[in-house]
Design a protein around this ligand. Structure first.
Ligand SMILES: Cc1cc2nc3c(=O)[nH]c(=O)nc-3n(C[C@H](O)[C@H](O)[C@H](O)COP(=O)(O)OP(=O)(O)OC[C@H]3O[C@@H](n4cnc5c(N)ncnc54)[C@H](O)[C@@H]3O)c2cc1C
Length: 405
């Protein structure tokens, strides 16, 4: 068994192969110099620390104990599907029976001239260290893109006393997948903390002279910063798969068992698009931590021939200041929403399809306020339940009781 990409998904898949009792060789190949590690802390805890550390998914000792061969700092450069081999950047060749591509995604690049060393992206621990070095009281940070990573970094930068401007070309922040009502709460939290958020104005030009970055907006406004952090989304890492002739469709296209167009090659995590059973097989690609974990474990099962179909409901979270946002399901499947207030300013929006099915739930509140109810909503979504809107909206009705219905 060979796994390309030693991130969240690849790391979990390697461990799962052993947990499932597979005792043949398992090789995990990663182009980063580290043990497989968690990425969510990179925009959260790592920014709050003076000396950020990696949160490893598995230690060297565990990998050794489980006889998982971890080849790091080496890239897989070509797959020979006929010969069943993978060529690595150090010239070595690995044979495989089953191959898992868990190559993740990479930051979408801002297609613009003028970018220099002070214009950065966040994906890896190395990126996080470089960004953290610029965050301090008085530093000026421009965040380009009002998505999750940009906003989490804006929050972290403010906490360290930097002045922060967020630039979002869309009319509001978090346009993708987050209801306007919840995006507004997050917007106001940033404003209350002193972040300047500029929406609805695109970037006309960027000039980075190595000492500072000047961002000029289409509307004429100029922002000068010590660092411009660009967070405008991610693109799936499909180059290796495409070169090998695998079908690509917004990611490496896989079936419900995460098998690509080659029956011996699987793909999972951020890099793949797959049919989501809960929405009638709609093909999606998710960039989410739990999805990467679950798909790593599922791919391991199916590499061993277990034949289990993907059945999970998407789930995502983001932490900014004291607020936690959680979304179960895909809210764009909904046609109407019902709001349930949970107290302390926390609330959940339930998204219902035209036929009354609960298809998503988006919640926000302090700390863990929405976690339990989002978990229950996720189970209702998984069951394709059609709860009465009045029951969803009423605090007097326990969500758990709707599960039994
Ligand atoms: C800063 C940040 C914050 C995040 N916060 C959240 C959050 O709050 N909530 C949430 O749900 N999700 C969050 N995510 C998303 C989550 O971390 C990802 O969905 C998850 O890491 C995807 O796992 P993966 O294994 O598919 O990809 P990755 O974790 O990206 O792992 C892929 C690995 O494969 C390597 N690789 C690629 N090509 C090759 C090759 N040819 N040869 C060898 N190695 C290769 C890459 O370098 C990388 O190490 C965040 C992501 C980032 C970057």
């Amino acid at each position: 068994m060979v796994i390309i990409g030693a991130g969240e998904c690849g790391g979990r898949a390697a461990l799962a192969l052993r947990d499932l009792g597979y005792d043949g060789p398992v090789t995990l190949v990663g182009d980063e110099p580290h043990l497989p590690y968690e990425r969510p802390p990179l925009s959260k805890e790592a920014m709050a620390s003076d000396a950020p550390e990696i949160k490893a998914i598995a230690s060297d000792a565990i990998l050794a104990e489980k006889s998982i061969r971890h080849i790091h700092s080496v890239q897989a450069v070509a797959i020979d599907r006929m010969a069943h081999t993978v060529r690595l950047s150090d010239g070595s060749v690995l044979p495989y029976d089953k191959l898992l591509l868990a190559t993740g995604s990479t930051p979408r690049k801002l297609p613009m001239p003028g970018l220099g060393a002070r214009c950065v992206y966040l994906r890896t621990f190395a990126d996080a260290l470089a960004i953290r070095a610029h965050l301090s009281a008085g530093s000026r940070i421009a965040v380009i893109g009002g998505g999750f990573i940009g906003l989490e970094l804006a929050a972290a930068s403010r906490k360290l006393g930097a002045s922060v401007t967020v630039i979002e070309a869309q009319p509001r922040i978090l346009m993708r997948g987050v209801p306007a009502e919840i995006a507004e709460i997050i917007h106001q939290a940033h404003v209350a903390e002193g972040v300047d958020i500029l929406c609805g104005d695109g970037i006309a030009s960027i000039a980075d002279d190595g000492k500072e970055v000047r961002v000029t907006l289409a509307g004429g406004r100029e922002i000068t910063a010590d660092l411009a952090i660009i967070g405008i989304g991610a693109v799936p890492a499909t180059g290796l798969a495409a070169e090998a002739g695998l079908t690509i469709d917004n990611g490496i296209a896989v079936d419900a068992e995460l098998r690509s167009s080659d029956p011996d090659i699987f793909a999972a995590g951020d890099c793949c698009s797959f049919p989501l059973a809960v929405y009638g097989g709609r093909r999606v690609r998710l960039e989410a931590w739990r999805n990467a974990q679950e798909q790593g474990a599922l791919a391991a099962k199916n590499m061993l021939g277990i034949g289990e179909a993907h059945a999970a409901v998407p789930w995502f979270w983001s932490d900014q200041y004291g607020l936690s946002l959680q979304i179960a399901g895909l809210s764009d499947e909904g046609r109407s929403t019902v709001r349930r207030d949970l107290g302390d300013g926390a609330f959940i929006l339930f998204h219902l399809a035209g036929d009354g099915r609960l298809v998503a739930a988006s919640g926000i509140g302090p700390g863990n306020a929405v976690a339990r109810d989002i978990r229950l909503a996720e189970m209702l979504i998984g069951k394709q339940a059609r709860p009465a809107p009045e029951a969803l909206g009423s605090q007097a009705v326990k969500l758990k009781s709707l599960l039994a219905a």
